[in-house]
Design a binder for this molecule. Sequence first.
Ligand code: URP
Ligand code: ZN
Ligand code: ZN
Length: 478
Amino acid sequence: MATTLITGGTVVSATGRAEADVLIDGEKIVAVLTPGSELLGTDLAASVDTVIDATGKYVIPGGIDAHTHMQLPFGGTFASDTFETGTRAAAWGGTTTIIDFAVQTYGERVLDGLAKWHELAAGNCAIDYAFHQIVGGVDKDSLAVLPTLIDEGITSFKMFMAYPGVFYSDDAQILKAMQVAADTGLLPMMHAENGPVIDVLAEQLVEAGKTTPYFHGIARAWQAEEEATHRAIMLANLTGAPLYVVHVSAKQAVAQLATARDAGQNVFGETCPQYLYLSLEDQLGASSEQWGDFEGAKWVCSTPLRSREEGHQDHMWQALRTNDLQMVSTDHCPFCMKGQKDLGIGDFRKIPNGIGSVEHRLDLMYQGVVTGELTLERWVELTSTTPARMFGLYGKKGVIQPGADGDIVVYDPNGHTSIGVGKTHHMNMDHSAWEGFEIDGHVDTVISRGRVIVDDSGYVGNKGDGQFVKRGLTQYLI
Ligand code: URP
Ligand code: ZN
Ligand code: ZN
């Protein structure tokens, strides 16, 4: 088994930072040592196979992106990253584990959907991966099967209050599934938007000739997010289930979560980099020479980008500081403009929903450290440690300590990253939602279960390095 010593760096955890050397033996971290320690010999560096000099750099647990959609079927097409391309891009950006969503749609059996996801991912991933289960059709079969997913290492499932006719669940279905969650310890995840209301507003806008991507953001009003968030919280309260609300973008939805948390309810919220940096006005309302006012399609996702004038973005940063929101995932769901997003020219409802970000989450959130929005420790907590605890991976992932997997990123605060196509762009998309973003930091080295997969020369890993990880129950309940 190969041994690796990461020396000279500052090890950053969710609770502090210290100068320390990290020793990896095979796939596992075996020691975190005070610099100069002779506990394991007078010249440890000479006795290991590989020494990584991290002087002046941060040594952090590998990123965990708990919300990705490789190859998701949506709007008559499929998310453009395969498990191979998407996990390789994630590795470039310092993410060493993804949790993707296996899909069950109405009329399909959950276990068939899950088997298909295993087939898509197995042997193709650059980094470790786990699954949540999308339950797009709550029926007798899915309710009966949900508890058995725990033995499969799938301990959370997502339902949708949006997308009627596609993934949508009504309140009765949600209630029944939450009762199962309350009985078993499964963590329900919610896409909290009032879909029926949104569909009426969208139809009215299109009929009035308001068909450009900007109106996607108008139709998906914050009231529809706040109302659904409140309803999901109440249904969870009624059943005694915990609740994890995905891709929160409206400040009013955050307030609903904060109120419930203050009252002692086990509800949690995730936001995404797009809701921190991008807006209705600047992106959904953008136009370009190539695409005219269809340019905004690049940023059509749901929940939608919100108005900067209304202050949602600042509020999201604040909620991350105060722990009203607990995590940042990407909701990585990439579509190309040509042949995919362009299905919606003339009708924003036909634009496949999603943004690609899996490669850039660590960098984008580190920029929040640079600009004073987050501490270094909170950066690690939001992007690695809490995702691990929330989704039953902690101890193996999300922490640098003996016994944990050797998933480590050496991050250079004196480096620089220019994001954009032709610069840093390894996702399978014909554009970048983050074109022109400049980051005052750089992913230097990425180690996945003890093996260097990204170094100075670029990606040096192999397709199939990543393994499926069975997750335990959430470790985050209050
Ligand atoms: O726009 C989005 N979020 N696309 C992916 C599907 C989902 O709702 O997460
Ligand atoms: Zn969603
Ligand atoms: Zn999603």
